[in-house]
Design a protein around this ligand. Structure first.
Ligand SMILES: NC(=O)c1ccc[n+]([C@@H]2O[C@H](COP(=O)([O-])OP(=O)(O)OC[C@H]3O[C@@H](n4cnc5c(N)ncnc54)[C@H](OP(=O)(O)O)[C@@H]3O)[C@@H](O)[C@H]2O)c1
Length: 333
C-alpha cells in the first residue's frame, strides 16, 4: 500500500483510510461480524488509518475498533486511529450541538481511550467548530494532551480557511477532515489552497457521497430508520434522479477504463494531490476490496478531463446536509 504524508507535521498513513462510521448505525443496521472482518481485511491490505468518532453509535464504533484490533493480533502501532469528539447526542440519536471546551476535551478523550483500550489516539479532532469556544482554546487543550502523551497529532473537521489559520498558529494541524468528492467540490476555492499553503493534509470523506456516486445506489432503494441517507437532500426524490444521471455518465468513463464507478470516483480524489487521503466508508469486505482497487487505477490528464466532463463541478443537486446540520459547518460560512 502506498503511503501519504498528512501535512508537514502529520503521520505517514496509507493512501486510503477506512472510515468506520457506517459500522455503527449511521447508514442503518450493520453486521458486527462482517464489520470486524472488514477492519481485519483493511489491515491485511495495508490500510493503517482508521477513522471514528466517539458519538458514532454512542461509543459503539470505538468498542468495535478495539475488538477488531485485539482479535487481529496486531500491535497498536500498526494502525493510526483518528477520533472525532464534541458532538452531543440524546438517547434517541438526536443531535444537540457541540462541546469543545478544554474540560470537555479532557473528558471526551478519557472516555475514548477507555473504550478503544489504548493509551493514545493518533489524531484527535473536534467534529465541528464549537461556536462558543475560540478554536485556540480547543487546540490548546488538545496540545496539552499531546504533552501528556495521550494524543499524537491534532486534526480539525469541516472548518473554514480562517479557522484553519487560527488553529495552526497555536499548534501544527496534521489534517483537515472534510467532505470532498466529484459532487462536493466546495473546498477547491479557498480551503484546499489554504491547507496546502499551511502544510495541512486533507482526509476526504464522502468520496462516494455516502454511496450515492458508488454506482450501486438506486433511486428506489429503501433506507432503514436512522440511515442518514433517508433525510439527505441529495438522496431526496426529485434530486436523486438528477444525481444518478451524473453517475451513469461517470459509469461510461469508468467502463472505458475497465474500472467500476466507485473506483473511478475514489481515484479522482486520489489524483487531486499527494496530501489528500480518501476515507472510504466500506462496511463489508466486498465493498472494501472494490474501493481499494482505486489504488491501481492511474488517471492521466485526459481521463481526469473526461471524468470532470461527465460530472461537472456544481452539477449535483441538493445540499450535502439538512439545513440544521449545514448551520454547524464553519466550512460553509
Ligand atoms: N468529519 C465528518 O464530518 C465526517 C462526516 C461523515 C463521515 N466521516 C468519516 O468518513 C468516513 C467515510 O465517509 P462516508 O461514509 O461518507 O463514505 P463514502 O465512502 O462516501 O460512503 C460509504 C457508503 O457508500 C456505499 N458504498 C458503495 N460502494 C462502496 C464501495 N465500493 N466502498 C465503500 N462504500 C461503498 C456503502 O453503503 P452500503 O454499505 O449501504 O452499501 C458505504 O456505507 C466515515 O466512516 C467517517 O469515518 C466524517
Amino acid at each position: 500500500m502506498d503511503l501519504r504524508q498528512l501535512g508537514s507535521s502529520g503521520p505517514r498513513v496509507s493512501a486510503i483510510g477506512l472510515g468506520a462510521m457506517g459500522m455503527s448505525g449511521m447508514y442503518g443496521p450493520a453486521d458486527e461480524t462482517e464489520s470486524i472482518a472488514t477492519i481485519h481485511a483493511a489491515m491485511d491490505a495495508g490500510v493503517t488509518l482508521i477513522d471514528t468518532g466517539d458519538f458514532y453509535g454512542m461509543g459503539h464504533n470505538e468498542l468495535l475498533i478495539r475488538d477488531a484490533l485485539r482479535s487481529s493480533g496486531r500491535g497498536r502501532d500498526e494502525v493510526q486511529i483518528s477520533v472525532k469528539f464534541g458532538a452531543l447526542r440524546d438517547a434517541d440519536g438526536g443531535w444537540l450541538g457541540n462541546d469543545a471546551r478544554p474540560q470537555a476535551v479532557k473528558n471526551f478523550l478519557a472516555y475514548s481511550l477507555g473504550r478503544l483500550g489504548t493509551d493514545h489516539v493518533d489524531i484527535y479532532r473536534p467534529a465541528r467548530l464549537d461556536p462558543d469556544v475560540p478554536i485556540e482554546e480547543t487546540v490548546g487543550a488538545i496540545a496539552e494532551q499531546i504533552q501528556a502523551g495521550h494524543v499524537r497529532h491534532i486534526g480539525l473537521s469541516e472548518v473554514g480557511a480562517e479557522t484553519l489559520r487560527r488553529a495552526h498558529a497555536v499548534h501544527p494541524i496534521a489534517d483537515l477532515q472534510i467532505e470532498y468528492s466529484l459532487i462536493s467540490r466546495g473546498i477547491e476555492a479557498e480551503i484546499l489552497p489554504t491547507a496546502r499553503e499551511l502544510g495541512i493534509g486533507i482526509t476526504a470523506y464522502g468520496v462516494l457521497s455516502r454511496g450515492l456516486i458508488s454506482g450501486h445506489w438506486r433511486a428506489d432503494r429503501a433506507t432503514a430508520p436512522g440511515d442518514f441517507r433517508g433525510i439527505s437532500p441529495r438522496f431526496a426524490a426529485g434530486n436523486v434522479e438528477t444525481n444518478l444521471r451524473l453517475v451513469e455518465a461517470l459509469r461510461a468513463v469508468a467502463e472505458a477504463k475497465g474500472a467500476t464507478v466507485a473506483q473511478t470516483a475514489i481515484a479522482w480524489v486520489l489524483a487531486q494531490g499527494e496530501s489528500i487521503v480518501p476515507l472510504v466508508g466500506a462496511r463489508r469486505r466486498e465493498r472494501l476490496s472494490e474501493a481499494l482497487g482505486a489504488l491501481d487505477l492511474k488517471l492521466a490528464a485526459d481521463d481526469l478531463a473526461a471524468i470532470e466532463a461527465a460530472v461537472p463541478a456544481g452539477a449535483a443537486v441538493g445540499d450535502r446536509y439538512i439545513a440544521a446540520q449545514m448551520a454547524h459547518l464553519d466550512s460553509e460560512k
